[in-house]
Design a protein around this ligand. Structure first.
Ligand code: SF4
Ligand code: SF4
Length: 67
C-alpha cells in the first residue's frame, strides 16, 4: 500500500504539486504550518499509484512516497 507523507513544516503552499497528481488526490488545507503558510494534504480515501510526480515537482522536497 502506498502512503503519501507531506512534511507540513517544509511545505510552503506553492500548489505546484496539485495539478501533477493524475488522481486529483492532493488539495490545499486551511491549516497553517508554524511559519503561517497553508499546506497541501492528501485527500483521504483517494487513490495513489505511487507515481511520485508530486514528490518530484516539489521544490521543497516536502513529499515522501512510502511503499
Ligand atoms: S504519488 Fe502520484 S498518484 Fe500519488 S499523490 Fe503523488 S502524484 Fe498523486
Ligand atoms: S509543491 Fe511542495 S511546497 Fe509546493 S504545495 Fe506541494 S508539497 Fe507544498
Amino acid at each position: 500500500m502506498v502512503m503519501v507523507r507531506i512534511d507540513k513544516e517544509l511545505c510552503k503552499g506553492c500548489e505546484l504539486c496539485i495539478p501533477f497528481c493524475p488522481y486529483n488526490s492532493l488539495n490545499m488545507s486551511r491549516n497553517l504550518n508554524e511559519y503561517g503558510l497553508p499546506t497541501v494534504y492528501f485527500k483521504e480515501g483517494h487513490p495513489c499509484s505511487g507515481c511520485r510526480h508530486c514528490a518530484v515537482m516539489c521544490p521543497e522536497a516536502a513529499i515522501e512516497i512510502l511503499e
